[in-house]
Design a protein around this ligand. Structure first.
Ligand code: GLY
Length: 297
């Protein structure tokens, strides 16, 4: 058992890299509400894992973001979601990929995979069968499809540039010194059915190690996978402050991975950091030093 309390808790959340800056006001309320949902858990002495799940569920429920309700559509007009979650004490993790779009909160299925202790990643129909077996609620698939994403699907078919909120994620440190991270997404608009992005892959979109920190990534999933961005970012964190680390990691994504995106971090001391190569990445931070979430974008 870990001794408590030892740390000042903190949480940082993101709403995805790549939206148009004109859309910033639309995302502020969403990331703030998600940071508060996670913060309520931490402030009550709860676990970082519960905090990041609560924060990501809030973002999945918000139709402005590309996760849960509001997910982008595949080439075939369906929804398939990816999500992963990790706690950094024992490196326990769980993930789902290409989960059919009948589950509003894929992060909770990923959490159940973590708790099962049997597997790390379940995909497609197998992931859905597991979700059913552990009693995660399902919804009408149409309820996850927003007008924004229907329009985006049509625009993509006409080769117009889509905009809108992106992948979501959260990283938290709790009073016990445990760090957890979580990421959830609908993936990339117009993707082939069966495509899996970084958000489902531990070490790519999500990683947590309580002795170093935690990270959640957003952006071009294929590029993030190529450079194993999440894990490498935490290696940089060993020697640098979180904002600088995030900047170096994003440079790596651009220069080595050939993609665009961003990430959020918390180090083992509870210091948050973030960076993006895109014009907008909604972020909110909450800690005891703040009366209200800081929304630095
Ligand atoms: N970063 C989200 C994705 O590429 O699926």
């Amino acid at each position: 058992m870990k001794a408590v309390p030892t740390r000042v808790p903190a949480i940082i959340v993101h709403g995805g890299a790549g939206a148009d800056p004109s859309e910033a006001p639309e995302f502020r309320q969403g990331v703030r509400a998600a940071a508060l949902a996670g913060w309520r858990v931490l402030a009550a002495g709860g676990a970082a894992l519960d905090a990041v799940e609560a924060a990501v569920r809030a973002l999945e429920d918000d139709p402005r973001f590309n996760a849960g309700r509001g997910s982008v559509l595949t080439r075939d007009g369906t929804i398939e979601t990816d999500a992963s979650i990790m706690e950094g004490d024992r490196l326990q993790c769980g993930a789902v990929a290409a989960l059919p779009g009948v589950v509003a909160n894929p992060i909770t299925v990923a959490r159940k995979v973590l708790e099962s202790r049997r597997h790390v990643l379940l995909v497609g129909d197998g992931a859905l069968a597991f979700s059913r077996s552990v009693g995660v609620a399902e919804c009408d698939p149409e309820s996850l499809v927003t007008d924004r994403q229907r329009k985006r699907h049509a625009e993509l078919a006409r080769k117009q540039t889509p905009t809108g909120g992106g992948t979501v994620g959260a990283v938290a440190l709790d009073r016990a010194g445990t760090i957890a991270a979580a990421t959830s997404t609908g993936g990339t608009a117009g993707k082939l059915p069966g495509r899996v992005g970084d958000s489902a892959l531990i070490g790519c979109g999500t990683y947590a190690d309580s002795s170093l920190g935690g990270v959640s990534c957003t952006g071009d999933g294929e590029a993030i996978i190529r450079v194993v961005l999440g894990h490498r970012a935490l290696r940089f964190l060993k020697d640098a402050d979180p904002d600088y680390t995030a900047k170096v990691a994003v440079d790596l994504l651009v220069e080595e991975g050939g993609g665009q995106g961003g990430l959020i971090l918390i180090d083992w001391r509870g210091r948050p950091g973030f960076a993006t190569s895109t014009r907008l990445m909604p972020v909110a931070v909450m800690s005891p030093a703040l009366d209200d979430p800081r929304v630095p974008f």
